[in-house]
Each structure stands twice: as C-alpha cells, then as structure tokens.
Design a protein around this ligand. Structure first.
Ligand code: ADE
Ligand code: ZN
Length: 334
C-alpha cells in the first residue's frame, strides 16, 4: 500500500451521501430474495452484477428500485444497514449520515414503520458495537408528486425523533427542486435539516432553485454548479457543503474519465467539498475506494486528502463540539 493509501485507510472519516438501499450487495440481495420466497429475475449473484452497466442515472435507478424490492421485513432493513456499518468499521468511517427512500418501499406495501425501525435498530447497534455515530435523512423521490412526498412526511411524523433531515433524489432532469417547495418548508417547520440532489445531471438552475427555493443546508452532488461563475461564488461565499461522489459520477457517465473529474477544480475554487460513495454496491467501491480513485487519477496531495476528510466532518450535521473533537483527532494523526 502506498503512503497515501495507508493515510486514506487510517484517517477517521465521515460519510454524508450514502443511500442505504444502494449498499445492498448482490449476495445479500440474493439471500433476501430466497429468505422472502420471492420470484427473482436473476439466477445467480454474477448475473446480478453483470446487469450493473449504466450510461445514465435512469439506467441505474431502474435496477436500484428492482433490487430494493427484496427488502420486506424489519430484519431485512436491519441486515442491510448492519452490513454497511460493518464496512464502515473496516474502513474507519466513524460518522454516517444515511439516506433512505421510504417511497421505494411503501409503494410495494412495506410500512414506513418497518423501514425506519429496522434501519434505526441497526444504527443503534452500530453505535454501541463500533462507536459509529449517525444521522438519518428521509429522501423524497422526485419522479413522484409533491402530494406523495407530503403524505410520506406525515407518515414519518409519528417517528420524527428517528430522522434528522429530508432530502430529494431519483430522476433529476424534468423534476426541478421547485416542485417540492411546500414539502421542504413543512420539513423545515418540523425542525428537520434540508438537503437535495441537484446538478448531478440537471442544469445549474436546479442548484439555484435548491438554494433559493428549498433553502437547503447541504447540496448533494452539485457537479454542474461549475458551469456557472455566479453559482460558484455563491457556494464559496456561503461555504455550502457539497457531497461529491466520484465513482458514482464515473459509473453514471457524469464524467467520462476519472482524470476529468472536477473535484480538484472545485477544491481550488474554494468550495467545501466532501467525498462520498452514493450507492457503493452498484458503483464499485465504498468510501476509501472513492478517495483512492481520485487520489490516483488526479494526483491529489496529502494536504488535499486531509482537507477532504476534514470537510466530511465540517459539512456534517454534528454539533460544533463534536466536529472539533473529530478535527482534533485528525490533526493528531497527520
Ligand atoms: N438514488 C440513489 N442514488 C441516486 C443518485 N445518485 N441520484 C439520484 N437518485 C439516487
Ligand atoms: Zn445520491
């Protein structure tokens, strides 16, 4: 292992952009399909993996929603989340802020309660067993209506203490942030943090809307912000955290080559950039593999890696005291 690869492994890290359903490995998917006695279109783990060929976001989403249909019982959501937390423990990830997509389950007849209690029970065990702290972010599926999102938020209110924020994901183009203006205002009123995917495939105007209409606290992806000087200035001025996902961007053809990834230019522009894995089982790597991929392709320095790792905590929804404790621990290591 090179020195920088060892550093990436050794530094305590935070992950802020992780869809828990996107951490469902083919092996567990296959096992759950069997356990739940489902008619499953794939006959082997290899066949599932071979289907992971994407040229755009929608190709992935079609397979992602089909894949999550094996999740039925509370224990399934527990097993899914625990498998991710074990991976975090191996990779020295000490804080996670995970997304979940309740509408991907409730529309199949799985209750919101089943989903959130299974995820939450694993997160509590992960804190006790591995010391991994956590926040939970409920994402609204933007290809569905705002009315459906409001219904989901109302379902979540019974278990409001189990979530920390709301987000917006799924098919971006044609579903601008402004479509969800009211439900984001309701979530803010309920004391929740606000994040949204914007500028992954969608234009810079969608990022503008997420900032000015949804009033987000953090921006997911945001790559296409780099097309607008005024937007770059706004993001820099506000030190808005961006959750960038390099391997996802490569697999979904947001970039054609990792050498063309904008993360270095984003850092150079003074933006608060964090590194994340998005949907690691579909995109070929967890958090450390994302750091390694950009380090190798863009020849990032040790200082840049340390900045990115620190930004993971600075951009998190932890308290200032908790952030400082993590930042001090990093300083002691480098
Ligand atoms: N849902 C899961 N991963 C996503 C992504 N990268 N973009 C939009 N929606 C998603
Ligand atoms: Zn995402």
């Amino acid at each position: 292992m090179t020195n920088l690869a060892q550093l990436i492994q050794d530094l305590p890290k935070a992950e802020l952009h992780l869809h828990i359903e996107g951490s469902l490995e083919p092996e567990l998917m296959f096992e759950l399909a069997k356990r739940n006695e489902l008619d499953f279109p794939y006959s082997s783990v290899e066949e599932i993996r071979n289907a992971y060929q994407f040229t755009q976001l929608q190709d992935f989403l079609d397979i992602y929603y089909a894949g999550m249909s094996v999740l039925i019982k509370e224990q399934d959501f527990y097993d899914l989340t625990m498998a991710y937390l074990k991976k975090c423990d191996e990779q020295n990830i000490v804080h996670v802020e995970i997304f979940f997509d309740p509408q991907g389950h409730t529309e199949r007849g799985v209750s919101y309660k089943t989903v959130i209690t299974g995820i939450n029970r694993a997160l509590k065990d992960g804190l006790a067993d591995f010391g991994i702290s956590y926040k939970t972010i409920l994402c609204f599926l933007r290809h569905l209506s705002e009315e459906d999102a409001i219904k989901t938020l109302n379902e979540a209110k019974e278990f409001i203490e189990l979530i920390d924020g709301v987000g917006l994901d799924s098919s971006e183009v044609g579903n601008p942030p402004s479509k969800f203006k009211n439900v984001f205002a309701m979530a803010k009123e309920a004391g929740l943090k606000l994040v949204a995917h914007a500028g992954e495939e969608g234009p810079p105007e969608y990022v503008e809307e997420a900032l000015s209409i949804l009033k987000i606290d953090r921006l997911d992806h945001g790559n296409r912000s780099m097309e607008s000087e005024s937007l770059i200035e706004k993001l820099k001025e506000s030190q808005m955290a961006l959750t960038v996902c390099p391997l996802s961007n490569l697999k979904l053809c947001v970039v054609n080559d990792m050498k063309d990834h904008p993360i270095k230019s984003m850092l150079d522009a003074g933006l608060l950039i964090t590194v994340n894995s998005d949907d690691p089982s579909y995109f070929g790597g967890y958090l450390n593999e994302n750091y390694l991929a950009i380090q190798e392709s863009l020849n990032l320095s040790k200082e840049m890696i340390v900045t990115l790792v620190k930004n993971g905590f600075i951009g998190s929804f932890l308290s200032d005291d908790e952030k400082n404790r993590h930042l001090d621990a990093i300083d002691l290591l480098v």
